[in-house]
Design a protein around this ligand. Structure first.
Ligand SMILES: [Fe+2]
Length: 268
């Protein structure tokens, strides 16, 4: 069973001692924007990106949210080579004022949310191995760049994402923190939206996984309204396809509902 890959920092360590699964506690700021060097990728790494991109982009029409496809087109991510974080960061900055920072892997929760609160998305620049096309236990640059950055091009989603970071930094109650983690999981990573054309995916954990993309819209998955109180009460299992999933009507609604929930808990 392929497992969705996520960059939420709440992931418990994955199988074995894979260092990609252990959150980093930062003792120095991450490089941001133009400070991110372009790695010396091997031909094989570039070809993994090319194959992942080609396979996933074919699945998106009729499945991915209009807002995701618009963001993907506006970003003009390279399909034949791994995009440079500095270049993607500059495109994001022009659209929504967000930037990318280069992270060595999963980040400690406080560090991660601290960056989101400042409209900076910590992004990996390494790519999974060819044996991991269907499954990788930790985020890689296909998940982070292809999956996450198109949504950050959308102004309402971009604001919502920043508010998650701000709310998380203000959170001191472990029970509320658990609810916030679940909201992050079932929106940013596994959210669905009702577009004019029908039910669509905007969650990055789905969009960067071919198996989850095909599975998520089927009748095998229960769809519930994206009410924060309901989501906050919903446990999740990172090792299986997600069920239920939560559907929002729009990103205006998603942001307004989140602000209502966060203010009720004195987080915003
Ligand atoms: Fe993620």
């Amino acid at each position: 069973m392929p497992t969705p890959i996520v960059s939420t920092p709440s992931n418990p360590p994955g199988p074995g001692d894979d260092p990609r699964c252990i959150p980093h506690k930062l003792n120095a700021p991450l490089p941001v924007g133009d400070e991110c060097p372009y790695p010396d990728y091997t031909t094989e790494e570039q070809s993994v990106w090319r194959d992942l991109y080609a396979r996933q982009v074919e699945l998106l029409p009729g499945r991915a949210a209009d807002e995701f496809l618009t963001g993907l087109a506006a970003l003009a991510l390279e399909s034949d080579r791994i995009p440079a974080l500095a270049a993607v960061s500059a495109r994001l900055a022009r659209a929504t004022g967000w930037r990318l920072a280069r992270t060595p892997g999963l980040l400690d929760a406080h560090d991660f949310f601290g960056y989101l609160a400042r409209r900076i998305f910590p992004c990996t620049d390494y790519v999974r191995g060819r044996h991991e096309l269907d499954y990788t236990p930790a985020p890689d640059c296909f998940h982070d760049i292809f999956g996450h950055t198109p949504m950050i091009m959308h102004p309402r989603f971009a604001d919502f994402y920043q508010k998650i970071g701000q709310a998380a930094l203000a959170c001191t109650d472990p029970a509320v923190e658990e609810g916030l983690t679940r909201i992050y999981w079932f929106t940013v990573e596994f959210g669905l939206i009702r577009n004019p054309g029908g039910l669509r995916i905007y969650g990055n954990g789905i969009i960067s996984s071919s198996g989850e993309t095909l599975h998520s819209l089927t009748d095998q998955v229960t769809k519930l309204p994206a009410v924060p109180e309901r989501i906050a009460a919903q446990p999740y299992d990172i090792w299986h396809f997600q069920d239920p999933l939560f559907v929002t009507g729009s990103f205006d609604e998603l942001e307004a509902e989140f602000v209502r929930w966060a203010q009720a808990h004195r987080l915003l």
